[in-house]
Design a protein around this ligand. Sequence first.
Ligand SMILES: Cc1cc2nc3c(=O)[nH]c(=O)nc-3n(C[C@H](O)[C@H](O)[C@H](O)COP(=O)(O)O)c2cc1C
Length: 147
Amino acid sequence: MASQRIETKNNIETPPAVAAAAVLNPPFYIAGKVQEGDKRGRELGFPTVNMKIGNLTIPYGVYVVLAKIKERILKGIAHVGIVETFNVKDPRCEVHLLDYNGDLYNERVELNLLKLLRQVKKFHDSQELVLQLKEDEKAARHFLKNL
Ligand SMILES: Cc1cc2nc3c(=O)[nH]c(=O)nc-3n(C[C@H](O)[C@H](O)[C@H](O)COP(=O)(O)O)c2cc1C
């Protein structure tokens, strides 16, 4: 059978397996512009794109995502919620792109959140957070490879 291209919201092309799952459990979608973060992510080795969004209407958590930026589809892991470890109380959505390095300030980002990896946690220190982020990246790559 010829492989099919199925599109989810806003025409982000999604492999058939994800689209099939989406029928049962729609992926969450968020769009917004990139704004300046606290620059902490870069120091941790996990630079993030911080999205300017209004009210968050999706559950807090860490997700595998596909991001549409400048007509490109990029893979990533996203954090939605408060940054418990550093006591940042305003909810946010930030994305670490897996194979991208560059300045995206002020660009529009559209996100399909494909899979919830885990809940947001409070870590003792940055080292513990980084260990978890490495695990998140591994799990995301595994998920995206097996679509
Ligand atoms: C995939 C991912 C998962 C994250 N998970 C958590 C978490 O569980 N708890 C937490 O306090 N912060 C979490 N963070 C947020 C980091 O603390 C944050 O990226 C870092 O503080 C950098 O923030 P900045 O980009 O505003 O400088 C996560 C970030 C990413 C990209």
